[in-house]
Design a protein around this ligand. Structure first.
Ligand code: CAA
Length: 260
């Protein structure tokens, strides 16, 4: 697929996807979302890719769904828009590689929801997270009501969704919405540093550990624990389990194959 609204680059096992629609504050139009879905699938299918970083660049992460495209939508078209956004955000959770959102500037509406679906959020202290949908006569439709409440609690979700209150990157880190907040201008460097740290761990056990966490979040803790048990057993089918434990016994650094 020819990308017009995103940039996609893989370097040393790190796939960087940049939302790139600067004239519209990276608003998530259907075309952009279609390209994003295609790029995420390509990253998942590339065995060389170990980590994905999703960013909007230095100025803005994304100002939400494309309001011009959405304004005249029928209920059925709105359902399709929501389904595409939810499919992307669910896929981010289901990917076998960790995904880092590198957030500078505004992450509003669908942009905030996209960031919330990533595994890590490395954010600028002065970034702004907000869900202004209710004020527009709609509501967050990309899974945001659920992910926000799960990450930061229902009280925060009511505040941000019903009152439309924005939260800074620094406050988001304190509230558990962001993994860490860094100085503006340092976001991409911090995200790349995190990617380098993630790459040191073996791909398969990270993939299954991610699946166990996400299973608990989406299916409930009981099902999550059952999944955890099965996934734990499955790690013993991958050569990196034997290597990790042998390296420990032999007091040396492991040399992982990173098959996933
Ligand atoms: N959709 C479409 N176009 C958008 C947009 C969006 N979400 N956000 C900004 N733009 C466009 C503007 O229409 C404008 O285009 P033109 O030059 O053609 O007029 C251009 O980007 C620049 O925007 P502004 O002139 O508004 O610039 P500003 O500096 O005054 O404000 C802003 C920037 C704060 C991002 C403001 O544009 C804004 O509030 N945008 C909308 C944010 C929003 O409400 N997002 C939620 C969308 S709903 C959603 O996301 C639903 C869902 O969950 C699926």
């Amino acid at each position: 697929m020819n990308y017009e609204n995103i940039l996609f680059q893989v370097t040393d096992g790190v796939a960087v996807i940049t939302l790139n629609r600067p004239k519209a504050w990276n608003a998530l139009c259907t075309r952009l979302n279609t390209e994003l879905e295609d790029a995420l699938l390509a990253a998942e299918q590339d065995p060389e890719v170990r980590v994905v970083i999703l960013t909007g660049g230095d100025k803005v992460f994304a100002a939400g769904a494309d309001l011009k495209e959405m304004a005249q939508a029928t209920p059925m078209e709105a359902a399709r828009t929501s389904a595409l956004a939810q499919r992307i955000n669910n896929f981010l959770e289901q990917m076998s590689v960790p995904v880092i959102a590198a957030v500078s500037g505004l992450a509003l509406g669908g942009g905030c929801e996209l960031a919330l679906a990533c595994d890590f959020r490395v954010v600028a202290e002065d970034a702004q997270f907000g869900l202004p949908e209710v004020g527009l006569g709609i509501l967050p439709g990309a899974g945001g009501t659920q992910r926000l409440a799960a990450l930061a609690g229902a009280a925060r979700a009511f505040e941000m969704v019903l009152l439309g209150r924005r939260i800074s990157g620094a406050a988001a880190a304190q509230a558990g919405l962001a993994t860490c907040a860094v100085e503006p201008g340092q976001v991409m460097a911090a995200a790349l540093e995190m990617a380098a740290a993630l790459k040191k761990n073996p791909a398969y056990s990270m993939a299954l550990a991610k699946r166990a966490i996400v299973s608990g979040q989406t299916l409930g803790a009981g099902a999550g624990k059952l999944m955890e048990r099965e996934l734990f057993a499955l790690t013993f089918a991958n050569p990196d389990q034997a290597e990790g434990m042998r390296a420990f016994a032999e007091k040396r650094r492991p040399s992982f194959q990173n098959l996933r």
